[in-house]
Design a protein around this ligand. Sequence first.
Ligand code: GTP
Ligand code: MG
Length: 208
Amino acid sequence: MASATSSTVDAEPHGAGVHLPDTAQDLVKILITGPFGVGKTTLIRSVSEIRPLHTEEHLSEASARVDDLAGVRDKSTTTVAIDFGRISLPGGIVLYLFGTPGQERFRALWDDIAHGALGALVLVDARRIDASFDVLGLVEESGLPYAVAFNTFPDAPRHHTPEQLRAALDLEATTPMVRCDARETDSSVDALLALVQHLIDHHPPEPR
Ligand SMILES: Nc1nc2c(ncn2[C@@H]2O[C@H](COP(=O)(O)OP(=O)(O)OP(=O)(O)O)[C@@H](O)[C@H]2O)c(=O)[nH]1
Ligand SMILES: [Mg+2]
């Protein structure tokens, strides 16, 4: 099994640094979730303007017996508790990004990490769509508004149309669905913007 949890921070954050910009008006907690190995940690790392917090542990031979490595064979580490990052968007919106662990054995942490979030970005791997069903079920059960980002892995099937992908996930017509390369900042920001626009259009905050 993995050794005791350690937290790490990345050396090079994107953007301004630790301090909130003066223009910050709306501080929003967003959940970044999805199945094992789909790119949650990668996405938070690629967009965070502060040094992101990660809790990565090496996958060991022992954990290989419990962690389903199908489709993610090159993976050497996994999130065992949480990812955290922050990004300021135009319009004074600041997103606090909370990433969940992807593995079922860390399911007990999910509700606590999701508590207080206004919305979720659900990452989906087109090579393993079925692997996302459990997480989508959790998000829907929690009532969180969400957007779906299909991460672009090189060996993912290309022949699916957006309509087929939407049908495979049984998404409502209003649920945003975008393609995303979690390694790319612009692509990841676009996915977050799709979620934020959805929240603004369909789930405006209660008046204070
Ligand atoms: N090609 C491609 N590779 C990606 C993308 N997102 C993540 N990866 C790669 O996929 C691997 C797994 O990414 P992680 O960010 O660790 O995935 P995770 O969802 O945090 O994994 P767990 O925390 O273990 O559930 C890494 O090697 C990433 O570089 C993507 O959009 N495109
Ligand atoms: Mg992770």
